[in-house]
Design a protein around this ligand. Sequence first.
Ligand SMILES: *[C@@H]1O[C@H](CO)[C@@H](O)[C@H](O)[C@H]1NC(C)=O
Ligand SMILES: *[C@@H]1O[C@H](CO)[C@@H](O)[C@H](O)[C@H]1NC(C)=O
Ligand SMILES: *[C@@H]1O[C@H](CO)[C@@H](O)[C@H](O)[C@H]1NC(C)=O
Ligand SMILES: *[C@@H]1O[C@H](CO)[C@@H](O)[C@H](O)[C@H]1NC(C)=O
Ligand SMILES: *[C@@H]1O[C@H](CO)[C@@H](O)[C@H](O)[C@H]1NC(C)=O
Ligand SMILES: *[C@@H]1O[C@H](CO)[C@@H](O)[C@H](O)[C@H]1NC(C)=O
Ligand SMILES: *[C@@H]1O[C@H](CO)[C@@H](O)[C@H](O)[C@H]1NC(C)=O
Length: 537
Amino acid sequence: MHCKGELLRKALLLTTVLKIHARVIRQDLSPSVSCPAPLLTVNGTDAGNSRLNADYRRVREVKFSGAIGPLGEKRLCKIKCIGGQWVGPLCLSDDQKDNGRFHPLFRNCKLEYINPHLIVTFRNVPIQTAGWIFPHGAKLQTRCRELGLYKLLGSASPKCQNGAWTHKLPSCVPTTLLTNFTEDAPPTILIKIPSGSASVEPGGDLAVYPGSTIHLECLFSRRLGSPDWTWTSPLGQYLTGWAISSEERDWKYRLSIYYAKSQDSGTFTCATPRGITNSITLHVAAVHCDPISISNMHLSVRVEGTRLGHKAVFQCPVGFRIKGIANLTCQASGKWSSIIPSCEPVRCPALDSPAGLEEPHLKLEEHNSSYGGRAVFSCTWGYKLVGPPGIECEINGNWSGPLPKCIPIQCPPPVTPLYGHLIQSEAAGMDGERYAVGSLVQFACKGAHVLEGEASIICTETGFWSHPPPFCKPRCSYLGEPKNGHTAPSKFSYEPGDELQVICDPGYETPVEPRPKCMENGNWSMPLPHCTNYSQI
Ligand SMILES: *[C@@H]1O[C@H](CO)[C@@H](O)[C@H](O)[C@H]1NC(C)=O
Ligand SMILES: *[C@@H]1O[C@H](CO)[C@@H](O)[C@H](O)[C@H]1NC(C)=O
Ligand SMILES: *[C@@H]1O[C@H](CO)[C@@H](O)[C@H](O)[C@H]1NC(C)=O
Ligand SMILES: *[C@@H]1O[C@H](CO)[C@@H](O)[C@H](O)[C@H]1NC(C)=O
Ligand SMILES: *[C@@H]1O[C@H](CO)[C@@H](O)[C@H](O)[C@H]1NC(C)=O
Ligand SMILES: *[C@@H]1O[C@H](CO)[C@@H](O)[C@H](O)[C@H]1NC(C)=O
Ligand SMILES: *[C@@H]1O[C@H](CO)[C@@H](O)[C@H](O)[C@H]1NC(C)=O
């Protein structure tokens, strides 16, 4: 039983069953054949049994609405209890002819790659990126961009068949106009509609409104021979031949259809002398689309008309942009080529994401990502902004410039005083020779020098030191007292130029000049003189 539960879980995972509106059919079942509460997976995560915690012993069938495929198409699905095991999900197919029968869900198909020149459409919705998952039975429609400029190779409408596409996605081969008229390229077919209207259909057909005039121009180099137009419409008679005007007659081989009627529907093929072909399939239909009605208050529209091939061009006021497709064409299906777009306010990418700004030291002072709004920045302590401090949200939804940067504020290495040195030269945040904000540097003087100025300085947020570096001034040291005398003046240290006088005690002779003089290098000019005993003289 558990095994079957797993199977069910896998089946639910396989599809994108989102919404569980369980409608439960109860019936008395004998305990031996009742089923356990089913395991539920919602969007691929185990939802537990919380939503369906009823007593399942008497439940025979659970119906729910499944959202299937990339467009979340709603379908009624069910699981059934058979012999004590859940079977399913089984879903109603979207095929009306099927008379409401439930089918097992077949495997999905993934769209692995889209040729860059290919336009893929599913139920009138353009599929722009690969990776979409399509349910079983989904039929894609493909065509090459710029009808006639590329030739589609392969089947235009692959279908998902239980996990595999019936055909490989087609490719688009460039034609003569793109290959400079090389002989082995399929010919380009240019389409001109001088009167009437036409729509390029998702499957690559050209649908035209009755009465339109169509010129199909097969581009081939005339000097290599003449191409040939053929068509499948049995009754059609069409004018073909080289263009007349001098600038066109060597490369445009035309087929013209005047006042197109439904009998003109068919495939028109241009074959080069080598038998290389390119075709346009024409579909003449007197189709009208519903008039455009818009409810979005900002949206405005210019509608050509509601005939097949007519266009509706939508616009939004300044500060808003089109969400969806701006240009719709009335298609042969009687539907507009896309749903009506809406206007959404222009917004620039939000900068205040939970992950924060990429730059760790950048701070947002102001943040308004609406059109015309601005973002203003600052840096954390110790850092300074490089670049404009504010950017504006522009009409295209881009910010007016890149985000500024924060770079650390640094002080240059301080000048080391002569006869001095730095006590601390390594500081946190030091980058090479430069000091980060807050770095403290201390100075000391060598030997007989004393510090004049600030002994320690700090790197400030201006990128300058708090004070100029100090000087180390020379000083002569105190020489002590002579025996039997003393010196004057008596100081702890002496400045250059100071002179020392020795005064001897009575009975001793005070020396005559010269007196010791403090020199610029911090040395005394001479040693301290002695006091001499008269009796020794
Ligand atoms: C399932 O995922 C879709 C798209 O990712 C989301 O919009 C929806 O709310 C999710 N539903 C639940 C029930 O989580
Ligand atoms: C076609 O010719 C033009 C000009 O001579 C050249 O620039 C271009 O590359 C050619 N294209 C191809 C596909 O050869
Ligand atoms: C929509 O149509 C207008 C006018 O026909 C044209 O100028 C514009 O380029 C078209 N826009 C797109 C996205 O095709
Ligand atoms: C954001 O900027 C726009 C344009 O300047 C302004 O109209 C709007 O009021 C601002 N929003 C806030 C929340 O300040
Ligand atoms: C917005 O910026 C992106 C990335 O720089 C650029 O690729 C894009 O072309 C810009 N959009 C417009 C409308 O300028
Ligand atoms: C100062 O005196 C000391 C000791 O006598 C000596 O070694 C030094 O060289 C002198 N300095 C100068 C600059 O003459
Ligand atoms: C001076 O020297 C003599 C001989 O050396 C000694 O006798 C005398 O006491 C000294 N006088 C003083 C004041 O020291």
